[in-house]
Design a protein around this ligand. Structure first.
Ligand SMILES: [Zn+2]
Length: 304
């Protein structure tokens, strides 16, 4: 009899055990009720159609990438966007990226180079002659320039991407794409070199939005070979040459290196304001002077 009870109890437990997963599933099903209007259909054909639409859309996006931002598809010059109106901030989708080189050593940052009194609008990454250089995102090659036509850039490639960015690849030893060619992220577009104004083999890589450069390290983590995030909010103050990755937003928006003008014969506040693209009012407030203040030869005037 005891054996019978054990058998019955075991059977009850077994039933409960079998019932539990079914109850669990039931619970899940009740939590997410099936829409009765949706019929269960074979989704393979739909999926394929959807993929085709996606591919078609991607292809159209690449045919005229970021057409809503840029006035034209134009390959007659490297940077043609003069005084474009930049939004206060702009959200950029970075998904589907590839690091432009397999090398991860940044040899020179974005910013102002005091020693050469020159703006460095890109970053330099170590690259050996002949190293493969890859497109950072899907895009369309807008510019391919030989050394003679690209000044300090040497052999240069500019690719426009559907996300609104343009990427520049400079000092190449060889181009492997032609203008108007569609490229996928990771596609080899050129070989590393040292053409143009370069002291040794490296890749000069720029990221621009509407022709305006900003620090590529804001989006690429070069030492780790990855994106910092899949989405990026580009802010207007990032276009300041003194604004770079690693600063707080406040530092970045306020950063300007102090520029001083030394008064020479014939200088006026108006002329100084014009020269440095500022205003007399701003000069006065920066220097604590009034607009009709007499200037002395050799006097130092803070310009910004
Ligand atoms: Zn450089």
């Amino acid at each position: 009899m005891i054996l019978n009870i054990i058998k019955k109890t075991s059977a009850a437990f077994l039933l409960m055990a079998l019932a539990t997963p079914a109850m669990g599933q039931d619970l899940i099903a009740r939590q997410a009720p099936i829409d009765k209007k949706m019929r269960a259909v074979d989704s393979i054909a739909i999926q394929r159609l959807f993929q085709q639409e996606q591919i078609q859309q991607q292809f159209e996006d690449l045919e005229d990438p970021a057409a809503e931002l840029y006035p034209d598809w134009e390959d007659s010059g490297i940077n043609l966007y003069g005084n474009v109106q930049l939004p206060k901030d702009y959200q950029i989708d970075l998904r589907g990226f590839c690091m432009p080189t397999s090398n991860r050593i940044v040899t020179s940052n974005y910013g102002y180079r005091k020693r050469f009194r020159r703006q460095h609008k890109g970053i330099d990454i170590n690259a050996y002659p002949g190293d493969t250089i890859r497109a950072a995102f899907d895009g369309k090659v807008r510019v391919v320039r030989e050394v003679a036509d690209a000044g300090g850039y040497g052999n240069l490639i500019v690719v426009r991407h559907a996300n609104g960015l343009e990427t520049y690849y400079a000092h190449l030893s060889k181009h492997l794409v032609t203008e108007n060619e569609l490229v996928k992220a990771g596609e080899v577009i050129g070989l590393g070199g040292s053409t143009g104004r370069s002291t040794g083999p490296h890749l000069h890589f720029e990221v621009r939005y509407m022709g305006k450069p900003f620090d590529a390290e804001r989006i690429f983590d070069f030492p780790n070979g990855q994106l910092r995030d899949t989405s990026f909010t580009l802010k207007k103050h990032y276009f300041n040459i003194y604004s770079h990755f690693g600063q707080s937003d406040k530092e970045s928006s306020q950063t300007t290196e102090r520029v001083v003008h030394i008064i020479r014969s014939g200088d006026t506040l108006g002329a100084i304001a014009r020269k440095y693209h500022t205003t007399v009012t701003r000069l006065c407030s920066l220097n604590g002077i009034s607009a009709n203040k007499m200037l002395r030869l050799g006097q130092r005037i803070v310009v910004r």
